[in-house]
Design a binder for this molecule. Structure first.
Ligand SMILES: Cc1cc2nc3c(=O)[nH]c(=O)nc-3n(C[C@H](O)[C@H](O)[C@H](O)COP(=O)(O)OP(=O)(O)OC[C@H]3O[C@@H](n4cnc5c(N)ncnc54)[C@H](O)[C@@H]3O)c2cc1C
Length: 266
């Protein structure tokens, strides 16, 4: 039986407390901002690694983004992935979700054989959740979103996916190959494997593709291939809550709170 081929799509995002948008260009500000692996993508990678704990599998990380994604995503190699492909080119920049999913789908085509494509539920910056369904569309594959558990029967070519819903869960059986988005915090991503550290951070070859290396049509990538425009941007007002400190002994404060609550409830 051939090894299960898993592609995990991973993105690097600004740390949540540092997300800022340039109000002139309406694009994310990346300079001077600390970055991390999109936290839901760590759950997707952990789901792939859990499968690999039980059956022969090869995990490939795929990302589209600027060169600084490379050192950040090497963590995935240290956790247990075998390969890392980065699609990085100015021609890919400014992509909306349509262009992003087209580009990633062409990258997956270039990787070759695959059984599973795992994604996070959504990114911490764009947060559309459109990439996994978009990939399924471009690749004409079945998809299951918000998976919390996954097992694969390679012989029957079936993935069994548990998907939580309000008040219960669903079990889906889906034919391979398939696209699955993983519910955020559905597992605990493992620490890096220290035996892999030297290889992952210094020796492993990361395959970097420009638009010329992949079979992409120019009109479908980057800004040119993006029909969506960010037409406006407004910061949400932060409302100050009214607050008041009551003074006195604990009994006096408790009595005063009870009195005020009675006033509100009556
Ligand atoms: C007009 C327009 C211009 C834009 N210009 C820029 C720009 O210049 N620079 C910029 O950074 N963003 C830009 N964006 C945002 C960009 O479109 C989104 O970040 C991108 O399409 C992914 O969508 P998302 O972040 O909502 O991912 P979601 O759909 O929320 O992500 C779900 C999952 O998909 C996977 N995924 C998402 N993105 C990637 C990726 N790049 N590589 C690998 N896996 C991925 C991950 O597994 C992730 O957890 C622009 C958006 C618009 C509308």
């Amino acid at each position: 039986m051939p090894d299960l081929e898993i592609v995990v799509c991973m993105k690097v995002v600004p740390k949540s407390e540092e997300v800022r948008v340039d109000t002139e260009t309406l694009l994310l500000e990346r300079t001077g901002v600390r970055s991390e692996i999109n936290p839901p993508d760590m759950n997707a990678l952990e789901m792939a690694l859990t499968l690999k704990d039980d059956q022969p599998a090869r995990i490939s990380i795929l990302s589209m983004g600027p060169p600084f994604f490379e050192p950040v995503l090497r963590v995935g190699l240290a956790m247990g992935a075998e390969r890392f492909f980065l699609m990085s080119d100015r021609e890919f920049a400014g992509a909306d979700t349509l262009a992003t999913t087209y580009t990633l789908a062409q990258g997956i085509g270039k990787i070759g054989k695959f059984d599973l494509i795992l994604c996070g539920e959504e990114s911490a910056d764009g947060a559309t959740g459109q990439v996994p369904p978009g990939l399924a569309e471009w690749l004409d594959l079945p998809q299951v979103t918000l998976a919390t558990e996954l097992s694969v029967d390679q012989k029957k070519r079936i993935a069994r996916v548990r998907r939580e819903i309000k008040g219960g869960y669903e079990i889906h059986e889906v034919k391979l190959p398939t696209v699955i988005s993983v519910k955020t915090a559905s597992n605990e991503p493992r620490f890096i494997d220290f035996h892999r550290k030297l290889w992952a951070f210094e020796e492993a070859e990361v395959v970097i593709w420009s638009h010329a290396d992949v079979d992409v049509e120019h009109g479908y990538i980057g800004l040119t291939g993006s029909p969506t425009v960010v037409a406006g941007l407004r910061e949400a007002e932060v409302r100050e809550r009214r607050k008041e400190f009551l003074r006195g002994s604990p009994e006096e404060v408790a009595k005063e709170i009870a009195k005020r609550l009675r006033g509100i409830l009556n």
